[in-house]
Design a protein around this ligand. Structure first.
Ligand SMILES: NC(=O)c1ccc[n+]([C@@H]2O[C@H](COP(=O)([O-])OP(=O)(O)OC[C@H]3O[C@@H](n4cnc5c(N)ncnc54)[C@H](OP(=O)(O)O)[C@@H]3O)[C@@H](O)[C@H]2O)c1
Length: 189
């Protein structure tokens, strides 16, 4: 069955963005990036993939889920950032911006959307973020892949924001890199 994978960069204090919603502090270069880019090629926005002419593995993922705030980070320059994937953006207030052809903007219940996706065939489902959306999907997450960066924000957007069900994950793999980033891969117990 297709799995729901939350693959995300996080600070030591569990934040996926700074108080100003910035994520430029997350380390984008170095040995961790060299290892992860080929493995997680589906998570590279298509315009960047094309501009850099990257030779990376694609096809493990076939759907990406974003809350509106996460999707909006790429606007107006990237209205369809992951055009190689089925793109689903959750919002109760927004409509598709110009250039967002192929992006499904929906106010359907995320839990029901993911449950239906899991019944379909295809590659895995990437939960891109953010924290508000992730909190609603905790009990459907099969794998949690955290790129733990070596700093604290002090405040900002939590990995899971809002109320959510306590859930235990088992650590399957942990890789420390010279950059100080540690990639921890967990699976639902
Ligand atoms: N570090 C990383 O790897 C990473 C990855 C992804 C995101 N981020 C960061 O995370 C931040 C955004 O996270 P966030 O927690 O603030 O927000 P978010 O989860 O991305 O988006 C929240 C918005 O999504 C919509 N939404 C959420 N649940 C919904 C539902 N059940 N039905 C319909 N719409 C729903 C609502 O939009 P409306 O108000 O329009 O209804 C809500 O305001 C950004 O700063 C981004 O940079 C970081």
């Amino acid at each position: 069955m297709r799995e729901l994978v939350y693959y995300v960069a996080v600070s030591l204090d569990g934040r996926i963005a700074s108080p100003s919603h910035g994520f430029e502090s997350f380390l984008a270069e170095g040995d961790h990036a060299a290892a992860l880019t080929p493995e997680w090629g589906d998570t590279i926005p298509e315009p960047i993939h094309q501009a850099l002419g990257l030779d990376v593995r694609r096809g493990a993922l076939s759907t990406v889920l974003m809350g509106w705030n996460t999707y909006a980070v790429g606007l107006p320059d990237m209205p369809s950032p992951y055009s190689h994937l089925e793109q689903i953006v959750f919002s109760r207030t927004r409509t598709a911006p110009v250039g967002a052809e192929g992006v499904r903007i929906t106010d359907d219940d995320p839990w029901e959307v993911v449950t239906a996706l899991k019944r379909q065939s295809g590659g895995d489902i990437w939960l891109c973020g953010g924290g508000v959306l992730a909190a609603q999907l905790v009990d459907l997450i099969d794998r949690l892949v955290l790129k733990v960066n070596p700093f604290v924000f002090g405040d900002g957007i939590p990995l899971f924001a809002g109320q959510y069900v306590p859930t235990r994950f088992a650590l399957e793999r942990s890789r420390p890199f010279e950059t100080g980033v540690v990639v921890n891969e967990y699976r639902r117990r």
